[in-house]
Design a protein around this ligand. Structure first.
Ligand SMILES: C[S@@+](CC[C@H](N)C(=O)[O-])C[C@H]1O[C@@H](n2cnc3c(N)ncnc32)[C@H](O)[C@@H]1O
Length: 461
């Protein structure tokens, strides 16, 4: 490690001097010594301080990254694996118990000149063997599906469209924030009818990631002609899954500095080591300004909002169904009024929000029947399916005459055909009681709510 890899200006806060949380020029084989000094200067008092390491070692012996003494090119395959092993060992030593290591790698074809068939070398798994030998536990393998790949072809081999992303952990208390990767984009048409069956924040992500590789020079026209920079989205996923704001994210083969950049953009402390001084100076010249400009409140997707609304509108529809199943009739129950009290736009497994439901009954309903209905409301809301909606619900029984008083201001939407996803018309809130009187006995108990949704099924497919 050269002197430039010293740790000037380091301190323990996430806002440490920018000349420390950056890419340093040095040899990854020396990181044992270097990380000891970095740990001290990063304020960990000599204790492990790396939360996650995200890296792709040189592509075995195949690619020349243009510097003397590089790992891979010019070495035997065995020496190359041994160099990687010693780096994985140092990283393991300086990683927190909650920490992890991501290794992105591809397989390769052995070169033979003796006429025998070339073997596919399972480089990712050879690296996994090295990592295991120094204490890492392989926890997940992700397929990174790329749009473009190296233009190599071999007889008996298909065009290679993916790389492996290996996820290693140090202990059982590893950080893995899978909820941050949920995606609403892939939900299909039937979510409109069955919003209660979908997590409003989307499905659990799977382990095939389709992420295009960056176009050369996409950061800056003059720079970043690095052989294989990570796409920002790939880095973002690994960083957000495995670390929290302020954590240290490390890359011992920093290359273009994509990991350090991605870490800083996500509010982590990014630290990289790269042997080739040209890459290091290109990083310092061309990396975009790494000020965090993310708004504190993350935007909620349109799909998430719509799923929450549909869930809230379907609840009173289902409530009416349960009431009718318990022996009451549409002669007695004329509508359900639903008001959204609050919505929880932060990710939550349950507790999506609070609504109030007023079950509107004819004025003539006896006190005894009203009491029985209140008891039924308590029972049906406490059991499935209503208990599975993840909503806090306040229920009450009101007479038709009281109904208008529930909506003193503004318009309300009326859902008359049992389609909780599509309002039929709107009314002034103060006219609700009169409308219920005039509508008479409904075929389907209408849902009335200030929440307006008019979603066609075609749009949602
Ligand atoms: C596959 S590239 C990494 C690309 C990087 N993930 C990115 O997004 O730009 C491997 C890098 O390891 C660097 N390298 C090779 N030997 C090294 C060593 N001994 N110490 C540090 N870096 C080294 C190469 O110069 C090359 O930039």
């Amino acid at each position: 490690m050269s002197d430039t890899a010293a740790v000037p200006g380091a301190n323990s806060s996430a806002t440490a001097e920018p000349d420390f949380w950056t890419v340093h020029q040095g040899d990854a084989r020396d990181i044992g010594t270097w990380l000891r000094r970095a740990a001290h200067e990063a304020g960990s008092d000599g204790a492990p301080f790396l939360q996650t390491t995200i890296t792709s070692p040189p592509y075995a012996t195949l690619v020349d990254y243009g510097s003397d003494n590089q790992i891979g090119f010019g070495q035997s395959y065995e020496d190359y694996l041994e160099s990687c092993r010693s780096i994985f060992e140092s990283v393991h030593q300086w990683t927190l118990d909650s920490g992890s290591m991501w290794v992105v790698a591809d397989s390769l074809m052995e070169r033979r000149r003796d006429g025998k068939p070339s073997r596919l070398v399972p480089l990712p798994f050879d690296l996994a063997t090295q990592a295991k030998s120094v204490g890492w536990t392989l926890r997940e393998v992700i397929i990174w599906r790329k749009d473009r790949t190296r233009p190599w072809s071999h007889h008996g081999k298909l065009r290679n469209g993916f790389e492996y992303v290996l996820f290693f952990v140090k202990s059982n208390s590893f950080t893995f924030n899978v909820d941050r990767l949920r995606d609403t984009g892939s939900l299909k048409s039937w979510w409109v009818k069955y919003p209660e069956r979908h997590n409003p924040w989307g499905m659990t992500p799977d382990n095939v990631w389709e992420i295009p590789i960056p176009v050369q020079g996409s950061w800056d026209d003059s720079a970043f002609r690095h052989a294989c920079p990570f796409p920002p989205e790939l880095v973002r996923r690994m960083v957000t899954l495995s670390s929290e704001e302020g954590d240290v994210v490390f890359d011992p083969f920093a290359g273009s500095g994509s990991v350090v950049t991605g870490a800083l953009e996500e509010g982590r402390r990014g630290l990289g080591v790269e042997l080739n001084p040209d890459y290091v100076s290109l990083f310092h010249k061309s990396a975009p300004t790494l000020r965090r400009e993310r708004s504190e409140a993350k935007s909620v997707s349109v799909m998430t909002q719509r799923l929450l609304e549909l869930r809230m509108l379907k609840y009173p529809k289902e409530l009416a169904r349960q009431i009718l199943r318990s022996g009451f009739t549409a002669l007695q129950v004329r509508a359900v009024l639903m008001v959204v009290e609050s919505v929880n736009y932060e990710f939550a497994r349950t507790g999506y929000g609070t609504i109030s439901c007023s079950v509107v009954v004819v004025d003539e309903l006896s006190e005894l029947e009203t009491a029985r209905l209140s008891k039924i409301l308590a029972e049906v809301t406490a059991r499935a399916p209503l208990s599975k909606y993840g909503l806090d619900v306040r229920c009450e029984v009101v007479s038709v005459d009281e109904a208008s008083a529930q909506f003193p201001q503004g318009d309300v939407s009326v859902y008359t055909k049992g389609r909780a996803w599509s309002a039929d018309f709107t009314l002034a809130g103060t006219d609700v009681g009169r409308w219920i009187h005039e509508a008479g006995v409904p075929t389907v108990v209408p849902v009335i709510s200030p929440l307006h949704v008019r979603q066609s099924l075609e749009e949602s497919s």
